[in-house]
Design a protein around this ligand. Sequence first.
Ligand code: KG4
Ligand code: ZN
Length: 335
Amino acid sequence: MIILGIETSCDDTGAAIYAADQGLLAHSLYSQTALHRAYGGVVPELAARDHIQKLLPVVAQVLRDAGVKRADGVAYTAGPGLAGALLVGASVAQGLARAWGVPAMGVHHLEGHLLAPMLEAEPPDYPFLALLVSGGHTLLADVRGLGDYSILGQSLDDAVGEAFDKVAKLLDLGYPGGPQVAVAALKGQGGRFKFPRPMVDRPGLDFSFSGLKTYTLNTAQGHTLNPQTIADIAYAFQEAAVDTLVIKCRRAWQQTQHRRLVVAGGVAANAFLRQRLDAASAAEGVRLYYPRAEFCTDNGAMIAYAGSCRLQAGATQAGGFSIQPRWSLETLQVP
Ligand code: KG4
Ligand code: ZN
């Protein structure tokens, strides 16, 4: 069974072809970063219009690269995400599925992220603990199997990726921010600034990043921002954000029996987070699983994979345009 996957939930136009018996055959991504840079953030209407222009060429390319003319099913991100952007992917997916006479399958974007490590050479077995860290979400989830998820903790305010993006903006590091903060921090001196680790003194597995963002803003406003000070602030922010994530993972290992941790979402590409998690997990006998860097951020491959699993498990979806801009992971069902 060959599945076409389509991702258009935000500012990346992604498509991929996944074959149940051969794995990933092709994937392609068009990033809208240049389009949104002038505005310092994603402009929803522009994102939707650009998906309209780029999606069909990206789909045509993956079909060509995979050497196939059609697929046996079309998976698309049905939510959560920007409504207009989601509608473009849903429309194209439903149109292709009707033309080919095959099923269309709406996929939860976060389920795609959670399952992205399954595309790697040594995928984790179920069950596992998942740390999902992206621009829109920060959560720890108990993953018992496909469609069987419980959220153990999540951010009460900003997502960690969003905090990285906002800190990049206030330090004038450019757009998109997360990777720029990581690069600036490489030249930073640890120890010059000590930022708070939010919520670690409270029990539970929830997160909060808006206080850390404000603390970073106040520190930046209290100093002359020369390149070294910018690097030192970027370092202190990144270290505090990463430490907070690691502390909560350690707590989750202690509270659950999980000895496998999947780390997914855009911030999972952060090298400093990987270093600190590697060290902490080794000490606790926990094995870590990451998607390759290009499948940490939004992509079509994770949607093709999740859709393939659902269709193979016999899941069906009524026709029509079903998108859910707001959609909890916990409402998903085992197919
Ligand atoms: O998963 P993703 O592509 O989109 C969402 O579903 O939100 O994640 C994008 C987020 C952005 O906030 C971006 O700044 C952040 O991931 N990000 C990073 C890094 N690469 C991407 N944050 C920190 N360090 C990185 N290397
Ligand atoms: Zn995402």
